[in-house]
Design a protein around this ligand. Structure first.
Ligand code: SF4
Length: 234
């Protein structure tokens, strides 16, 4: 069992959702420390947080709601929020009592932990982590197990694309998603560290090629933008 009464949190803040179908909505973000992966393009690795109790987190949420609200969602992000399933099982019902929806932003790998928190999440934003892009192991089987659970909720998918992407690996992931959740919105997002917004021309060409390659199986496949980088906000 993980700690149900406190979690390591890097930051809690109010801003606009910058990715996916909820882009432009005002959200409160809770960024959890640590991740089970080490993607080569990660902006968050090594960031240190602090231990916060459930009461401290809820107090901060109330402050932000008063100052910047109304917010449509609380985005649980990271790091990997699913490293804290027992804390989330306490936190999320309290958020719902405050009339806030819960968006879980995750690497889409830790499916056992997802099943523990699914009832208290409203929307799942999951990544498909291609080993040719992350520099890590592949997780096709884990992603499939994750999708089988996540599809009971609102769901969208993000695939980070770099020039190192292996098209055969991409095709295998597209086939798997087409089998499990052909209706899901899927966003191709350029790997860009830091505040960089526009990928190079070669990467744009690759993204357009991937869109065309996958669109027959996945009608919801599209190019994703990162609004917060365009607006140069957090
Ligand atoms: S899954 Fe996300 S937080 Fe974890 S290493 Fe990869 S990019 Fe960073």
């Amino acid at each position: 069992m993980t700690n149900p009464v406190s979690a390591r949190i890097t930051e809690i803040f109010s801003s606009f959702q910058g990715e996916g179908p909820l882009t432009g909505e005002r959200h409160i973000f809770i960024r959890f420390e640590s991740c089970h992966m080490a993607c080569v393009y990660c902006d968050e690795s090594g960031k240190k947080g602090r231990s916060m109790s459930l009461q401290q987190v809820l107090r901060k949420i109330k402050e932000l709601e008063k100052k910047h609200g109304p917010h449509s969602c609380v985005s649980l992000t990271g790091g990997e929020p699913l490293l804290y399933p027992d804390f989330l099982r306490k936190l999320c019902p309290a958020l719902k009592k405050m009339k806030l929806r819960v968006l879980l932003e995750t690497s889409g790998v830790l499916w056992r932990n997802l099943s523990k928190v699914l009832p208290c999440c409203d929307i799942i934003s999951m990544d498909l982590k291609l080993s040719s892009v992350t520099g890590q192991n592949g997780f096709l089987k884990e992603h499939e197990a994750f999708l089988k659970i996540a599809k009971r909720k609102g769901l969208y998918i993000k695939i980070v694309v770099s020039n190192d992407l292996d098209r055969r690996e991409y095709d295998a992931h597209v086939r798997m998603v087409a089998k499990e959740t052909p209706w899901a919105p899927v966003f191709l997002q350029a790997a860009a560290r830091g505040r960089r917004v526009c990928p190079d021309k070669r990467l744009w060409r690759l993204m357009e090629d991937l869109r065309r390659r996958g669109a027959g199986r996945l009608p919801g496949l599209r190019i994703g933008i990162q609004l917060h980088k365009l607006l140069n906000i957090t």
